[in-house]
Design a protein around this ligand. Structure first.
Ligand code: NAP
Length: 252
């Protein structure tokens, strides 16, 4: 069975590992190309956009894809919308690994905002020390708030254009643990954290550390992301794919 996995997440990497060792599947992993040196993957990997819905439809036809798994990041809404549209057009089954968001704990001090731009505005006029943990693509949103001092953690260095002037980049890739997050926030004398509600365990430690230190979190809410058949985990995705392989009781 030919499978396209739309990736860029921990779940996609876990699924790639499962599919690579399984002779029932001939799978390709697709990455957006946001990370210049992605972790090596055990599956054939293609990198870069398809060219919208039309491009994805073309790719699905050309590669005779039998099923697509959307394992993209909760904030990558465009590729998911494209996958839903392209799979509807081609009749290719689409399963989507849906990562639950973090739930607000009673001791959490979260302020919800709709975008990175709104997060920058919500910081206010008084200069603060801000920890940005939201990926390098959104750092430019803080350029209009140059009164603050920023510490931004990204996997790779951001482009230098349109960054706020007082910004220090910490290059690191998760997972992170609570003690080192608490130490970082204390050492940097952080007043407020800006985060996406990514869900999962790899980057949750900063939320726990913020709770422990009584720090506010400005939380950028998730975009509405269209999904196919909702799947809870990479293992569930494999079972769902198996049900669609020719010869299985529910296969086509
Ligand atoms: P997006 O807004 O959903 O996608 C924008 C375009 O990138 C898509 O239309 C598609 O181009 C291409 N694309 C995205 N994912 C792809 C994939 N797996 N394979 C091939 N092409 C892909 O997503 P984004 O711009 O990558 O990210 C939006 C937000 O998601 C970021 O701000 C970041 O916070 C978060 N995020 C993304 C990733 C990731 O791996 N993409 C990882 C972590 C976090 P075409 O229309 O040309 O096909």
């Amino acid at each position: 069975m030919r499978v396209l996995v739309l990736g860029g997440t921990t779940e996609a990497s876990a699924l790639a590992k499962l599919l690579a060792g399984d002779a029932r599947f001939d799978a390709t992993l697709s990455l957006a190309g946001r990370t210049l040196s992605p972790r090596p993957q055990p599956l054939a990997t293609r990198i870069g956009g398809f060219g919208g819905v039309e491009g994805l439809v073309h790719w699905l036809h050309q590669k005779k894809v039998d099923a697509v798994i959307d394992a993209t990041h909760p904030y990558a809404a465009r590729i998911s919308a494209n996958a839903v549209a392209a799979c509807a057009q081609t009749g290719v089954p689409l399963g989507s690994i849906v990562r639950p968001p973090w739930r607000r704990h009673e001791d959490d001090n979260w302020r919800m905002v709709p975008s990175a731009e709104a997060a920058a505005a919500a910081l206010g006029k008084t200069p603060l020390r801000v920890f940005l943990s939201l990926g390098r693509q959104d750092l430019h949103a803080f350029a209009p708030a140059p009164q603050h001092r920023y510490v931004a953690r990204t996997i790779e260095a951001p482009e230098q254009t349109a960054l706020p002037p007082n910004i220090r980049i910490l290059q690191a890739r998760g997972p992170f643990d609570r003690d080192s997050e608490a130490e970082l926030l204390s050492d940097e004398e952080i007043d407020v954290i800006v985060s996406k509600n990514s869900g999962g365990s790899a980057t949750y430690a900063k939320i726990e550390a913020a709770r422990e230190l009584d720090l506010p979190v400005i939380m950028i809410v998730r975009p509405d992301k269209p999904v196919g058949h909702a799947l809870g985990s990479p293992e569930e995705a494999v079972a769902w794919l198996h049900d669609r392989t020719p010869g299985s009781p529910r296969g086509v």
